[in-house]
Design a binder for this molecule. Structure first.
Ligand SMILES: NC(=O)c1ccc[n+]([C@@H]2O[C@H](COP(=O)([O-])OP(=O)(O)OC[C@H]3O[C@@H](n4cnc5c(N)ncnc54)[C@H](O)[C@@H]3O)[C@@H](O)[C@H]2O)c1
Length: 416
C-alpha cells in the first residue's frame, strides 16, 4: 500500500521504516530539517533498535505535504504533543496540572486537511499522537474537511524499541469515526502482523491509551510499596515476594477482578487494607498505599450515592443486593452496605434487600430508584416497579420500556 506520514520524528520515522520493511511504499512530510538529514545520512539522531539495517536500504521520500497526500492512501499523523518541563516527573509534583500542548498537532492537522481538500479525494487520516480523552472529537475533528476520514490509533511502543514493538504488538487499538476507513486500516495491519485489531470509538481509544500507561505506573508503584515493606520487615526479600505474586496467574496476573462495578469487599480485603494502613504508619512507609486504596473505594461509593440522589427525582431508594459478591449470603465488608450507610448518613431513607440474605419479601410499591448493589443473576431481568429508575454499576440489567436503566460507566452517545 501507499502510506504517508505527517511528522517523521522519534516515533514517526522508526514506524515509517517498519512499515516500509513490510513491502509498503512510504513517503512523508515534516517541516523540520532533522528527519531529512537522518534519511540523507542514514543515521538516526536517537537510539532505535534495528533502525540501522532498515535505514541502509530505505527508499522513504520526503515530499511536500500535498505531494505526500497525493501519493498516500493512509496518512499517519505523528506530530508532537509536548508538555512543559515541570510536568515531566523529574521535579516535585506541581500543584497545578495541565493538558498536553496541541498547538503543533492542530496546526499540522489543519494543513493536512487543506492538502487533502486540494487533492480533492478521500484520504484516511490516522492520528497517532498522544492526547487526553475527548481531544480528538473536540480539537482535531473540527479541523478536518469532508475528504479526511478520521481515525485515532495510539501506539503502545517504548521508545528505543519502536520498530520491534510496532511489528509485534499485543494488539492494535483503533478508534473509529468512519467504519470504511477502519476496514482499510485493518487490511493494512494484516500485512504487518496477526495481532488483534481492537475497534473502539475515538474516545474509548483515547481512554484505553492513557489508562494502559497508568496501569503500568500502578504496577510499579505497588511493587515499590512492597519493596519498602520488605526493607523494614526482617527476613523479607521483595524479590521473593514479587516473584510469588507475579507467578499467581489465577487471580493476580489475569483478567480477574478487572471489571468495573462496586468496590472490593468481603471478610478479608477491606479489613486487611485498613490493618495494613496501620502497619504502614508503624513502619513509617513513605506513602500509605493501603489508605489510598480504601479512600478510592469510599469516594467511589460516595459518588454512587451522588448518582442516586441525582437520578431519584423523589422516588424511594431501594438497594437490590447486600452481599459482597454474587450468589453469596455474606454481607461482611460489602460495598453495598457501605453505600447504604452513606445514604443513611445523608438522612435518606433506604430499603436494602437481598434474595440470598433476607427472608423477607422484596420491597413492594414504587416507582423506586433502584440501585443494584450486588451483581446477582436474578436482578438482570427483575420485575422492577413500572416508572422506576435502575442505577446499574454492572451494566447488565435488561428492563422493560416503562423502566429507565442508567448503565453507570457508559458515556452517552455523541453523533458527530
Ligand atoms: N508509545 C507511544 O505510543 C508513543 C511513543 C512516543 C511518542 N508518542 C506520541 O507521538 C507523538 C510524537 O512523538 P515524537 O516523540 O515522535 O515527537 P517528535 O517531536 O520527535 O516528532 C514530531 C515530529 O513532527 C514534526 N512536525 C511538527 N509539526 C508538523 C507539521 N505541521 N506537519 C508535519 N510534521 C510536523 C516535527 O518536526 C517532528 O519531527 C507525541 O504525541 C507523543 O506523545 C507516543
Amino acid at each position: 500500500m501507499h502510506i504517508g506520514f505527517a511528522g517523521l520524528g522519534k516515533l514517526g520515522l522508526p514506524i515509517a521504516l517498519a512499515i516500509e520493511s513490510k513491502g509498503h511504499t512510504v513517503v512523508g512530510y515534516d517541516p523540520a530539517e532533522g528527519p531529512r538529514e537522518m534519511l540523507r545520512t542514514r543515521r538516526l539522531a536517537f537510539r532505535e533498535a534495528g533502525a540501522d539495517a532498515l535505514l541502509a536500504d530505505t527508499r522513504i521520500e520526503m515530499l511536500s505535504l500535498e505531494e505526500t497526500v497525493r501519493r498516500s492512501e493512509i496518512i499517519f499523523v505523528t506530530i508532537q504533543t509536548p508538555h512543559e518541563p515541570r510536568f515531566e516527573g523529574v521535579t516535585r509534583l506541581p500543584d497545578e496540572t495541565r493538558d498536553f500542548d496541541y498547538a503543533a498537532l492542530r496546526a499540522g492537522v489543519a494543513d493536512l486537511s487543506a492538502a487533502v481538500e486540494a487533492v480533492g479525494e478521500d484520504r484516511i487520516v490516522v492520528v497517532v499522537s498522544t492526547v487526553l480523552p475527548g481531544t480528538i472529537r473536540r480539537e482535531i475533528k473540527p479541523l478536518l474537511g469532508p475528504h479526511s476520514r478520521l481515525c485515532y490509533n495510539p501506539f503502545f511502543i517504548s521508545m528505543g524499541d519502536a520498530i520491534k514493538d510496532f511489528l509485534n504488538p499485543e494488539f492494535v487499538l483503533f478508534g473509529v469515526d468512519d467504519d470504511r476507513s477502519a476496514d482499510v486500516a485493518e487490511a493494512f495491519y494484516r500485512t504487518i502482523h496477526g495481532a488483534p485489531f481492537r475497534r473502539t470509538t475515538l474516545e474509548e481509544a483515547e481512554v484505553t491509551k492513557v489508562l494502559y500507561n497508568t496501569f503500568i505506573s500502578t504496577k510499579i508503584a505497588f511493587a515499590n510499596t512492597a519493596m519498602e515493606i520488605c526493607h523494614h520487615v526482617p527476613n523479607a526479600d521483595v524479590d521473593v515476594v514479587m516473584h510469588v505474586l507475579r507467578e499467581s496467574r489465577g487471580r493476580i496476573i489475569s483478567g480477574k477482578y478487572f471489571s468495573a462495578g462496586m468496590g472490593d469487599g468481603g471478610a478479608c480485603h477491606p479489613r486487611d487494607n485498613i490493618a495494613l494502613s496501620h502497619l504502614s504508619a508503624n513502619l513509617g512507609l513513605s506513602y500509605d498505599w493501603f489508605r489510598c486504596v480504601m479512600e478510592q473505594r469510599e469516594r467511589q461509593t460516595e459518588w454512587l450515592a451522588d448518582l442516586i440522589e441525582a437520578h431519584r427525582h423523589g422516588r424511594d431508594i431501594v438497594i437490590l443486593g447486600r452481599s459482597f459478591k454474587p450468589e453469596s449470603n455474606m454481607v461482611t465488608g460489602s460495598p453495598a452496605v457501605l453505600l447504604e450507610n452513606i445514604l443513611r448518613e445523608r438522612g435518606l431513607a433506604v430499603r436494602a434487600w437481598d434474595p440470598h440474605v433476607d427472608t423477607t419479601a422484596p420491597p413492594e410499591g414504587g416507582p423506586f430508584c433502584y440501585f443494584i448493589g450486588t451483581r446477582h443473576p436474578e436482578f438482570q431481568r427483575w420485575a422492577f416497579a413500572p416508572g422506576s429508575v435502575v442505577l446499574d454499576p454492572w451494566r447488565y440489567v435488561e428492563a422493560p420500556a416503562d423502566v429507565t436503566v442508567v448503565p453507570i460507566g457508559r458515556g452517552r452517545a455523541l453523533s458527530s
